[in-house]
Design a protein around this ligand. Structure first.
Ligand code: PLP
Length: 424
């Protein structure tokens, strides 16, 4: 079967042929390849073609595909049952690993996706603060629950307009949009006092391309939340164990009242979580009045993958500095090539995350990101796919380095990038 045939077949039964829209390659105007298997730094399509994979399942696979240790933990655990619907010590074990690292967080609850984690965190924050209004930042993605699927607003102080059909205006109206890295936009919303009890942010934003927060901005945000008794949710579903071992906390030292995790903490399986101080977390059922539940939450096989992944992270010395040096090698190399070819390029690296914008100017927020040349990006992306390099199929996504990659792989990718960049 060819990629084309497999995709056509998928489209007959699955809307758009995909279970998550970005996989359709819509924003680069090409057709996706269909995956047969993956190993380490590489992914193979149904035609047997091999790609160096900088997507890594959108972040979870910090050790690359089908890592032996994680795989073995999954197989071993699966033999004892796939799901219990009752608690197992594996949940406690993963909880302890995370909470020992993030020692300012007291309690954690596991769920099955990042969307669930942020959705539950928002409900908890509302239940705790007693206030419906929340602030989110344009360009930050927190999963696809109703109150968070809001980004397009004509100015920070207007009611939020949903970026999806099917989200009730009654829900979206409680979401206020601020501008990333712009503390005044937050103050302006709060000045009008919209009954706001929660602010949610990606402290290292990875869903409008890679756009880290300025340190000063994040510190002021923390201060405002303290002064006004607002619950600050740091969404570290992507940046946790990626931007640094301690996520954004390792970079800025700014604490969230609730922190959400996902992606890496499941090592490729369905695990996400939200964690916080005891006084907040005790509001969750069965202790408190904020309801939250899940048939597959804390799934034993998924917990085993998470435990194996985080244990391996803790046992790997210099992991993050090595990943960061590969990311830096890739991005500085790409910038050099772009300069040679007379192509505008903005680059960014945070730990194992990297981003590049075909943009003349530095990108600090969503509006800046939107000024990027997406046509050029699409051409570059398609060229790289043809050369066997899998980069995220959108200008507004982040790239990931995994520990299975070597300098040689990066040099290979740069060689291909030079060839493609010359055609732009
Ligand atoms: C991926 C992501 C989510 C959503 O996680 P899913 O597991 O895809 O539901 C939420 N927040 C951030 C910052 C993410 O990167």
């Amino acid at each position: 079967m060819t990629n084309h045939e497999a995709f056509l077949e998928a489209k007959k039964y699955i809307p758009g042929g995909v279970d998550s829209p970005v996989r359709a390659f819509g924003s680069v105007g090409s057709e996706p390849f269909m995956v047969e298997r993956a190993k380490g730094a590489f992914i193979y399509d149904v035609e047997g073609k091999k790609y160096l994979d900088f997507v890594q399942s959108w972040g979870p696979l910090i050790f690359g595909h089908a890592d032996k240790d994680i795989q073995n933990a999954v197989i071993k655990t699966a033999k004892n049952g796939l799901s219990f619907g009752a608690s197992s010590p594996l949940e406690t074990k993963l909880a302890k690993i995370v909470l020992e690292q993030f020692d300012y967080l007291d309690k954690i609850r596991f769920v099955s996706s990042g969307t669930e984690a942020t959705m539950s965190a928002i409900r908890l924050a509302r239940g705790f603060s007693g206030k419906d209004g929340i602030i989110k930042f344009e360009g930050c993605y927190h999963g696809h629950s109703d109150s968070l699927l809001v980004k397009a607003g004509s100015g920070a102080t207007t009611f939020g307009n949903s970026s999806s059909a099917g989200v009730p205006q009654d829900v979206a109206k409680n979401t206020y949009l601020a501008i990333y890295n712009d503390i005044e936009s937050v103050k302006n919303i709060l000045k009008e006092n919209h009954n706001i009890g929660t602010i949610i942010i990606e402290p290292v934003a990875g869903n409008m391309g890679l756009v880290p927060a300025d340190k000063q901005f994040l510190k002021e945000l923390r201060k405002i939340c303290d002064e006004k008794n607002i619950v600050l949710i740091l969404d570290e579903v992507m940046s946790g164990y990626r931007a640094s071992k301690l996520g954004s906390y390792g970079i800025y030292g700014v604490k969230g009242d609730i922190v959400t995790f996902g992606k890496v903490i499941g090592g490729g399986m369905n695990v996400a979580a939200f964690a916080g101080k005891e006084e907040i977390m005790n509001h969750i059922s069965p202790l408190g009045a904020v309801y939250q539940a899940g048939t597959l939450s804390g799934n034993p096989v998924a917990m085993a993958a998470g435990i194996a992944s985080l244990t391996k992270i803790n046992e790997s010395e210099n992991l993050y500095s090595e990943l960061e040096s590969l990311a830096t090698l890739f991005m500085t190399g790409l910038k050099e090539i772009a300069d040679e070819c007379g192509v505008y390029l903005q680059i960014c690296v945070r730990g194992s995350m990297f981003g590049y914008f075909f943009n003349e100017f530095e990108v600090k927020n969503y509006d800046d990101a939107l000024k990027s040349d997406t046509k050029k990006f699409a051409k570059f992306h398609t060229g790289m796919i043809n050369e066997g390099i899998f980069l995220a199929p959108s200008q507004f996504e982040t790239g990931f380095i995994c520990a299975a990659m070597s300098r040689k792989d990066i040099e290979f990718a740069l060689k291909k990038a030079r060839k493609v960049m010359k055609t732009l």
